[in-house]
Write a new protein. Structure first.
Length: 243
């Protein structure tokens, strides 16, 4: 009994914690989109009563206390994005999983998921999404290979009614961003040497022109310097605990 009470208390604290880290948006159809900022490159959304986990990572949260997934999206196969522990906690027989070919090959879990590649546009019963490129041009490993080669990973543009939300994954300011169309909310990574410097992120913002920007996956980036370089941009910058 005491153990059950302790677990219930922990779950309540966890729920309160994530409520404090959640932003709310209303679509043109009157639906509410909730985005919980779990940390790093990990998000949890709720739309039309459906739970959407993006790159769930067990190092950031106790997934025993979080809702099961109606949808899961993985951007790529690196360990802070493809985490079998977190997946095992939120995946159910009714979960729709979208991931890359390499994710499916490297996953420790044999899950039923749909392979998604750059350029795919897919409609679900609750929203539509587009898989877009996510890769490095400048930042490379000592052997000369990019940290994120072109074609291996996805970013995702979600269309929640009229709201278009871009979750970039691990990428630089790639030229394809120029043609992504209207972006209302953008999650862009800013951590060297793996993704973008503040200058690169500013260049991405200039192409995307989002209304709201969340720098995420920020690592050891100086957030003040990042804010200073964006101060003259026509974008609302929202900093959350997404190191």
């Amino acid at each position: 009994m005491r153990a059950n009470l302790l677990f219930a208390a922990f779950s309540m604290v966890s729920t309160i914690l994530f409520a404090q880290k959640t932003d709310y948006f209303t679509t043109s159809n009157g639906n509410t989109l909730r985005i919980a900022h779990i940390g790093h490159g990990t998000l949890m959304c709720n739309f039309r009563g459906k739970v959407i986990h993006i790159d769930p990572w067990s190092r950031l949260a106790n997934y025993d206390s979080l809702p099961k997934a109606d949808y899961i999206f993985l951007t790529h196969h690196h360990g802070d994005h493809l985490d079998s522990v977190a997946l095992s906690k939120v995946f159910t027989s009714n979960t729709q999983l979208y991931w890359t070919k390499i994710c499916a090959e490297q996953s420790k879990l044999k899950l039923e998921g749909r392979l998604v590649a750059n350029g795919d546009t897919i409609g679900t019963p609750d929203f539509r999404f587009i898989a877009v490129p996510a890769y490095n041009i400048v930042n490379k490993r000592p052997n000369g290979n990019p940290f994120h080669p072109k074609g291996e990973g996805n970013g995702y543009i979600f269309e929640f009614d009229n709201l278009r939300v871009y979750v970039a994954g691990d990428t630089e300011n790639i030229p394809e961003m120029e043609n992504f169309g209207k972006i209302d909310i953008a999650f862009l990574p800013a951590n060297l040497p793996y993704t973008m410097s503040p200058e690169m992120l500013k260049a991405a913002v200039m192409m995307l022109k989002p209304k709201i920007l969340y720098p995420y996956h920020t690592g050891n980036t100086d957030l003040k310097a990042l804010n200073d370089i964006l101060v003259d941009m026509d974008v609302e910058v929202r900093f959350r605990d997404l190191k």
